[in-house]
Design a protein around this ligand. Structure first.
Ligand SMILES: Cc1cc2nc3c(=O)[nH]c(=O)nc-3n(C[C@H](O)[C@H](O)[C@H](O)COP(=O)(O)OP(=O)(O)OC[C@H]3O[C@@H](n4cnc5c(N)ncnc54)[C@H](O)[C@@H]3O)c2cc1C
Length: 395
């Protein structure tokens, strides 16, 4: 085992949360030595699109990255909600109005593009980026923490666990397990010129239906069309090990309207994402080990907030670092404590709301009729239900 040179911060996991955290800390305190340990052989992101709401684009603007993000992404015109069975528009948000209200845009971007932008910014700030480094444990000492892999030990003032939903390091803090929702997602991003018909290339469209939904939006300056189809698996509910298969996908959407069914052949069928979250926890800190991103608060994706909340985490930890630095010394214990106190109630609310949002989207029968009536009556300029989410006191 090699002892690597000591550093100030070790971040475990090079996803959007880990890179965001590394960048935010490096920007907050020039000269701070930040090292990211990623288990994969290269840094990258799988999957297709990501929606970034104003609470996240505000953070990216603070890091000087928003112009780059907008240049690689799309500023959609509207977020439209439709019924998946009859295709009717139920309600919408005007995203230009949303930007005026919250002072930052709603952007959709390919995950790989956002990840690449964060990676470039980390390199420019001197963040050390290490691949093939699967962290197996963290050893906690007095005022120090060490991340341990099979062949290296990295000791730092703090270790940030940004190792995702299945976080191995979270087990140091909580013995909870990921919870299956029995829902599964199929994704696909195809070049626009391969699309049949006349797709809505300026909007984010969500078709909500009984036990299923479909999300569609353009990506990469409008060159790609992104789709995510999500459904509840009967086999998962029956306790079968093999669930969320392509035949279940087709059966789940059989009763939906033609525009929704037409989307299914364009999805990638060789890969799916089973949807898990966890119960919120508020103890995010053990000594000098702290949780961030999905490792801290994995959520169902119905509010499109997992990565947005990870970026908020990064911003919050960096703010606490600044506030807890005096006479050239950092009070790391104070900074970690305040970070967790500030972040955990908010992310718990997002986790719980995401679950309820999913129930609303996927209901059937009388509940569906009532839901549709309420959504159709909604004034599109009524923002009361999202003010708490998008209007955060950042920057
Ligand atoms: C279908 C779907 C759609 C979504 N849509 C949106 C959306 O529109 N907007 C939004 O904000 N969010 C969305 N999300 C959520 C978002 O993708 C996640 O919340 C976000 O990517 C979490 O980032 P993270 O860095 O915390 O974790 P991850 O992306 O899981 O990254 C963890 C990293 O840690 C590495 N790692 C793991 N274990 C170790 C170890 N032991 N040692 C070293 N490295 C390790 C992994 O290889 C990985 O690189 C969606 C999620 C899904 C499933």
């Amino acid at each position: 085992m090699n002892a690597s040179p000591d550093t100030d911060v070790v971040v475990v996991g090079g996803g959007i949360g880990g890179l965001g955290g590394a960048l935010a800390l490096a920007l907050a305190r020039p000269g701070l030595r930040v090292r990211v340990l990623e288990q994969a052989a290269r840094f990258g992101e799988v999957g297709a699109g990501l929606q970034l709401a104003p609470n996240a684009t505000r953070v990216l603007r603070g890091w000087g990255l928003l112009d780059d993000v907008v240049a690689h992404g799309v500023l959609p015109r509207r977020l439209v909600m439709r019924d998946a069975v009859d295709g009717r528009e139920l309600t919408h948000l005007d995203l230009a109005d949303l930007e005026r209200r919250y002072g930052a845009p709603y952007v959709v971007i390919h995950r790989g593009d956002l990840h690449a932008i964060l990676l470039r910014a980390c390199r420019a700030e001197g963040v050390e980026l290490v691949t093939d480094a699967e962290v197996r444990d963290v050893e906690l000492g007095s005022g120090r923490a060490s991340a341990v892999t099979a062949d290296r030990r990295d000791t730092a003032s703090i270790v940030v666990a940004a190792d995702g939903l299945g976080s191995r390091l979270r087990a140091r803090i909580s013995d909870d397990e990921p919870i299956s929702s029995a829902y599964v997602a199929y994704r696909g991003a195809v070049p626009v010129h391969e699309l049949p018909g006349d797709p809505h290339l300026r909007d984010v469209v969500v078709h909500i239906g009984p036990r299923c939904h479909l999300v569609q939006y353009p990506l990469r300056r409008g060159e790609l069309f992104n789709q995510v189809a999500v459904f509840r698996s009967a086999r998962a509910l029956a306790g079968e090990a093999e669930w969320g298969t392509p035949d279940e996908l087709d059966a789940a959407f059989a009763a939906t309207c033609a525009p929704v069914r037409d989307a299914l052949p364009l999805l990638w069928r060789d890969r799916c994402w089973r949807m898990f979250d966890r119960e919120p926890i508020d103890g995010w800190v053990d000594g000098r080990l702290v949780l961030m991103g999905d490792a801290a608060h994995p959520m169902l994706q119905y509010l499109a907030q997992g990565a947005c909340q990870a970026l908020e985490d990064a911003h919050s930890l960096a703010t606490q670092l600044t506030r807890h630095t005096g006479d050239g010394r950092v009070d790391w214990d104070g900074a970690l404590r305040r970070y967790a106190e500030e972040r955990s109630p908010r992310t718990a609310r997002v986790q719980r709301t995401a679950r309820r949002w999913g129930e609303l989207w996927h209901c059937d029968g009388l509940f569906r009729s009532v839901r549709n009536a309420l959504l159709t009556d909604r004034d599109p300029a009524d923002y009361r239900h999202i003010d708490w989410l998008y209007q955060v006191g950042h920057q």
